[in-house]
Design a protein around this ligand. Structure first.
Ligand code: GLR
Ligand code: MG
Length: 437
């Protein structure tokens, strides 16, 4: 049975998809190193009244393959029919070769089911529709989500082992320098505090043998006594190694993030430690929640509105976590200001946001919005302007899109292992089988 559309309802008259390549520093992780440029997709939804809403998601080929037919299917779609966005997406076929149910596929974000791919695309359209709805009605996105329960959202400093520059001097230069040991990580953390005021720290691990990463966390604890600390090796350790690290850092860790790969291994670690375990790898879809929560494998879920399917699904995840007494925070990949605005709006509405959210944003020197977000005291103020409260910078959007057009295809799909091989000393690097240590 078809829905009755209210008289005067706004409709989607045009959808614009703009893939871009955004510069990214040489940040290291268990898979390899970030590429000099990383793909994102900018989505614009234009209503029949000429109001434009914006959204952002992953820009790799599998997402573009879905976004293109989906954009066509949404012409004439009622703007306020957010549930219908999911129904329409379910009619779009996903190429079987893109699907992999193993947790370590792509290395960092868990399973790659057809549903998750679809949700990762829908999320950008949901955000764009919410932005357009907010602009149409003169209200911020957080109001459309039921209203903010806080005026500012806490973020954590996202520390990375890194090289001073990309192999061969590729990409853009920055002033951060290399950070490859505890002293380098502490220096990086000090700059994050100086420039952004962050009060909690996450170190991306899985790069060096665990003892070296334990030493870096210890150095952080000495430099910032009492501040919440996290370590995330992206499933790089066996349960035994994870338990050893948990015991060594139990007095300073806020939580240990994805120490071991998969729910069963995380449950084994959880049984042997009182350090809370967090994940953005083994609970990344609704079907994964049951087993993980019933086996007490995780105590904190790091939601990500991209792959959970948008801002309203993030609130549903928050409600489930609340019921099970599981904590909630937010995961981040390389992203731009549209996604940071979206994260901040939804985070502002979730009562049980128990930990500072991750964000890569300080590492991103380029953006497609006219006014960059500014962290003050490690927080972002929640915008009360209509919609997301951001404006597209069309000159920058065109420039970053031109970079995508000019790329011969090598950088259009993120591949941290391939980026690692461009360093002569890692020419035969392959992403390690997990767990590595
Ligand atoms: O596990 C995580 O927190 C992430 O996946 C965040 C990012 O993907 C990070 O690992 C990266 O970009 O190297
Ligand atoms: Mg993680």
């Amino acid at each position: 049975m078809s829905r009755v559309v209210p008289a005067g309802a706004r409709r989607i008259a045009e959808v614009r998809l703009t893939p871009v390549l955004v510069c990214d520093p040489p940040l290291l992780n268990v898979q390899g190193v970030h590429q000099p440029y990383t793909p994102r997709l900018i989505v614009e939804v234009v209503t029949d009244e000429g109001v434009t809403g914006v959204g952002e998601t992953y820009g790799d080929t599998p997402y573009l393959e879905l976004a293109r037919p989906y954009a066509g299917a949404l012409l004439g779609h009622e703007l306020a029919d957010l549930n219908g966005l999911f129904t329409s997406m379910n009619l779009i076929d996903v190429d079987e070769s893109r699907i992999d149910d193993s947790v370590d596929v792509g290395g960092l974000r868990g399973v790659q089911t057809a549903d998750k791919l679809r949700l990762s695309v829908v999320s950008a359209f949901e955000v764009a529709c919410l932005d357009a709805l907010g602009k149409t009605g003169g209200v911020p996105v957080h109001t459309l989500l039921g209203g903010k329960v806080r005026d500012a959202v806490d973020y954590s400093a996202y520390l990375f082992y890194r090289w001073a520059e990309h192999p061969g001097g590729a990409g853009e230069k920055d002033s951060w320098g290399a950070a490859l040991d505890p002293a380098g990580i502490v220096e990086q953390a000090r700059r994050f505090v100086r420039e952004y005021g962050f009060r909690s720290f996450k170190l991306k691990g899985g790069v060096f043998p665990p003892e070296q990463e334990v030493a870096a966390v210890r150095a952080l604890a000495a430099a910032f006594p009492g501040h919440p600390l996290r370590l995330d090796p992206n499933g790089g350790w066996t349960p035994g190694t994870s338990l050893r690290v948990a015991a060594e850092l139990a007095d300073v860790l806020e939580y240990l993030e994805d120490p071991a790969p998969g729910t069963a291994a995380m449950a084994e670690v959880s049984r042997g430690t009182s350090v809370p375990l967090a994940t953005n790898m083994c609970v990344t879809t609704f079907p994964e929640i049951r087993e993980a929560f019933l086996s007490d494998a995780v105590q904190v879920v790091l939601s990500d509105h991209h792959y959970w399917g948008g801002l309203r699904n993030t609130r549903e995840l928050a409600a489930i976590c609340r019921v099970f007494g599981v904590g909630l925070s937010m995961h981040s990949n390389t992203h731009l200001g549209i996604s940071l605005a979206a994260m901040t709006h939804v985070a502002a509405t979730v009562p049980n946001l128990d930990h500072a959210c991750d964000s890569h944003y300080p590492w991103q020197t380029e953006d497609v919005i006219t006014v960059r977000h500014e962290f003050r005291d490690g927080r972002l103020a929640v915008s009360d302007a209509p919609g997301l409260g951001v404006e597209l910078d069309r000159t920058e959007l065109a420039r970053l899109h031109r970079r995508w057009l000019d790329d011969d295809g090598t950088l259009r799909d993120r591949d941290d292992a391939a980026a690692m091989r461009r360093a002569p000393e890692h020419a035969d690097w392959t992403a390690p089988a997990l767990p590595r240590w």
